[in-house]
Design a protein around this ligand. Structure first.
Ligand SMILES: O=C(O)[C@H](O)CO
Length: 331
């Protein structure tokens, strides 16, 4: 049995990390199930690199945002029995192609909720307390000492926080926010969730959320409906003191509109773990904005979480190969 894994690591350090903390468990799991594991250690494999190497595998362990579609499934060939993506997001996958071919497909919801929610809170605090600007002040010698008006930020205590997309990650963010004694948690989405009441969160229309929130945190999946959902008109509805956080997918935001909103003071600040494109070019305008805190899409990147996500992916592959029900099937 052959299974191929594709890492998206783009630095030697990241690769070592993968090897030490993630691949070790996977190798053990696969070897006891008598899989031959072909590990791709190539930094930034191109689509063609992937296509060239996956012919004849029984399973794909997908750790990449490369589109997973008919072309890839054709390249893998008729032996392919199961595919598992090491992501909670599914926007890079043509799910219909899997359904048509009846190939089991697994993903990794839930296990990364806490790590990603932590990053949402981290970015909310970092942006509201002007972390990037503060660092610039120190580096450039602009720190002139104590000043009553110096680098004032906005408080999270007693604030209204709006969460757009109240799935597992959004709900975990709400749990964490309790510790900060926020005044209200609002959420929007397709429907009211039973967990909302338990968490003391109010289901409101998006416009209400935008108008009333001091922090707007996006944790919705990227779909045709959410693509560019944050644009000039959405930002215009937000408070000029609002902090915008995105830990979901960059394409949910019209990034040029966000840059305008940050430059013009339409909103106060932003914290982003995701952007477009990824990796962000080093001369991108987002990097020049003092009121924008950026992280390179590492929401789930803790040693423990990545290991758990990798293990779940491997277990799904083994189950799928043995024709058993997947732990976390996509469909
Ligand atoms: O979809 C996911 O799993 C997250 O974006 C982690 O990278």
């Amino acid at each position: 049995m052959k299974c191929t894994g594709w890492a998206r690591s783009n630095s030697e350090a990241h690769k070592d990390e993968m090897n030490n903390y993630t691949t070790k468990n996977i190798i053990i799991l696969f070897s006891v199930s008598r899989f031959e594991l072909i590990i791709n250690n190539q930094s930034n494999p191109t689509r063609q690199d992937i296509i060239d190497k996956i012919a004849g595998v029984d399973a794909l362990f997908w750790y990449s945002y490369e589109r997973l579609d008919d072309e890839i499934l054709d390249a893998a060939g008729s032996r392919l029995k199961v595919v598992a993506t090491m992501t909670a997001g599914l926007n890079h996958i043509d799910i219909d192609a899997f359904k048509r071919r009846k190939i089991p497909l697994a993903y990794t919801p839930t296990v990364l909720n806490k790590a990603v929610a932590d990053v949402a809170v981290l970015l909310a605090l970092a942006a509201s307390r002007r972390l990037r600007e503060s660092r610039i002040h120190i580096e450039k010698g602009l720190w002139s000492g104590f000043g009553v008006q110096y680098l004032l930020g906005t408080d999270i205590e007693n604030s209204t926080v709006g969460i757009v997309g109240f799935g597992g990650i959004g709900q975990t963010v709400a749990k964490r926010l309790k510790a900060f004694e926020v005044a209200r948690i609002l959420y929007s989405g397709h429907r009211e969730k039973p967990e909302g009441k338990q968490l003391g969160a109010e289901f409101v229309p998006l416009d209400t959320l935008l108008r009333e929130s001091d922090f707007v945190i996006v944790s919705a999946p990227l779909t045709d409906e959410t693509k560019n959902m944050f644009n000039d008109s959405t930002f215009a509805k937000m408070k000029p003191t609002a902090v915008f956080v995105n830990i979901a997918r960059g394409a949910i935001v019209d990034q040029d509109a966000l840059i305008r909103a940050l430059k013009n003071g339409t909103i106060f600040a932003a914290g982003l773990d995701v952007m477009e494109p990824e990796p962000l070019p080093i001369d991108h305008e987002l990097l020049e904005l003092p009121n924008c805190v950026l992280m390179p899409h590492i929401g789930c990147a803790t040693f423990k979480t990545v290991a758990a996500v990798a293990e779940l992916t491997a277990r799904n592959i083994i189950l799928g190969y043995e024709n058993k029900p997947l732990l976390t099937p996509v469909y």
